[in-house]
Design a protein around this ligand. Structure first.
Ligand code: ACO
Length: 325
């Protein structure tokens, strides 16, 4: 049976130049390198310069993804951009990226699912590409999380960084089997009753301010491993594959302990896990495509590999996708 699939034909990532180490942060808040590394695995993170908006980060990642796919901005007819730190309340950052890249008139909008944003955005774009409504889609995760930090709160400000990652999706003919290239299955979840565990305390229709990130980290941690594992199993079932079939696990890079916990629970060998949290920290919606781009650029992830991606964030939201590259 012939089916249309959304095939990832290019991946790209961008990290701003400035690197902030744990020692740098210990000069601002009462923390230290040993605590941060032991509890999170994080050693450093990147921070956008004052004149860089999230759209600037997104544009750099998008250019690399388009080059990898052998496409140009002129080909792009859809941009789905996941961010929780948009340039402006409106228009959507996707529209700003469309203008900055010089893409023709097409479809462009943002998806807001915090750290799960890229996983959500990929499935949304799949809805266009696999139904023949897009020939060349950019799916972007881009964040300037450092702009949402309360720099007096050591429990959160050490955890986050800035960056962007992007993939190009194009339609491809498949046979309806697990050997097809493309997005093979996914599972998305949201539990709005857990809002108080992770949120930003501002917004246009409440305080009229941007607000700062608030998190009950240890409570989020408790939900993380169980929630993510359930969604991963559901996504694998939807795709018709088993965990043993997975070549590369690309998890949301929030905390090394969560990432190891999920891999262990699923019986996934650690050598199959792409890990960037040590030098990226948590870049929210950018974290999965950034890690994906790193795995491709260093030659580990290759065409034909079966990838499992997952993320969890504010909402609470979480989800997973199975993709054959
Ligand atoms: N440096 C030194 N000590 C610290 C720091 C710090 N940066 N931060 C907290 N502490 C202290 C606390 O004050 C506490 O001290 P106390 O025992 O005297 O009260 C102690 O360390 C333990 O604090 P916990 O919060 O219980 O530490 P925990 O081991 O849970 O680690 C962490 C905290 C790293 C935040 C962890 O809970 C975590 O990673 N949670 C999940 C985060 C996550 O995945 N978020 C989802 C995505 S984010 C998004 O969607 C935007």
């Amino acid at each position: 049976m012939s089916v249309l699939r959304s095939v990832v034909t290019g991946v790209g990532g961008y990290l701003p130049e400035t690197v902030v180490t744990n020692d740098d942060l210990s000069k601002i808040v009462d923390t230290n390198d040993a605590w941060i590394q032991e509890r999170t695995g994080i050693r450093s993170r990147h921070r956008a310069s004052e004149d860089q908006a999230v759209s600037d980060l997104a544009v750099e990642a998008a250019k690399k993804a388009l080059a990898a796919a052998g496409r140009s901005a002129a080909d792009v007819d859809l941009i789905v951009l996941a961010t929780t730190t948009p340039d402006l309340t409106f228009p959507a950052t996707a529209a700003i990226v469309q203008r900055k890249l010089g893409c023709p008139v097409g479809v462009a909008f943002d998806v807001q699912a915090v750290c799960s944003g890229f996983v959500y955005a990929l499935t949304v774009a799949d809805g266009f590409v696999a139904r023949g409504h897009s020939k060349c889609a950019l799916v972007i995760g881009a964040e300037t999380m450092t702009r949402l930090m309360d720099w007096t709160d050591r429990g959160t400000c050490v955890l986050f960084g800035d960056g962007a990652g992007a993939v190009v999706l194009e339609p491809g003919e498949g046979q309806g089997t697990t050997a097809d290239r493309g997005l093979l299955g996914f599972a998305l979840r949201c539990d709005g009753t857990k809002q108080d565990l992770l949120y930003v305390d501002g917004g246009p229709s409440t305080t009229g301010t941007v607000g700062k990130l608030r998190m009950l980290g240890n409570q989020v941690f408790k939900h993380a491993v169980i929630n993510i594992s359930e969604a991963i199993t559901a996504a694998a079932n939807h795709a018709g594959v088993t965990i043993a079939d997975i070549d590369w696990f690309i998890p949301h890079q929030a905390n090394q302990r969560i990432l190891h916990g999920v891999a262990h629970r699923l019986g996934l060998d650690e050598s199959k896990v792409i890990q960037t949290v040590a030098h990226h920290a948590n870049t929210s919606a950018a974290s999965v495509p950034l890690a994906w781009a790193e795995g491709v650029s260093d030659g580990r992830i290759k065409k034909g590999d079966l990838l499992l991606i997952e993320a969890m964030g504010g909402g609470l939201t979480w989800g997973a996708c199975v993709v054959r590259l």
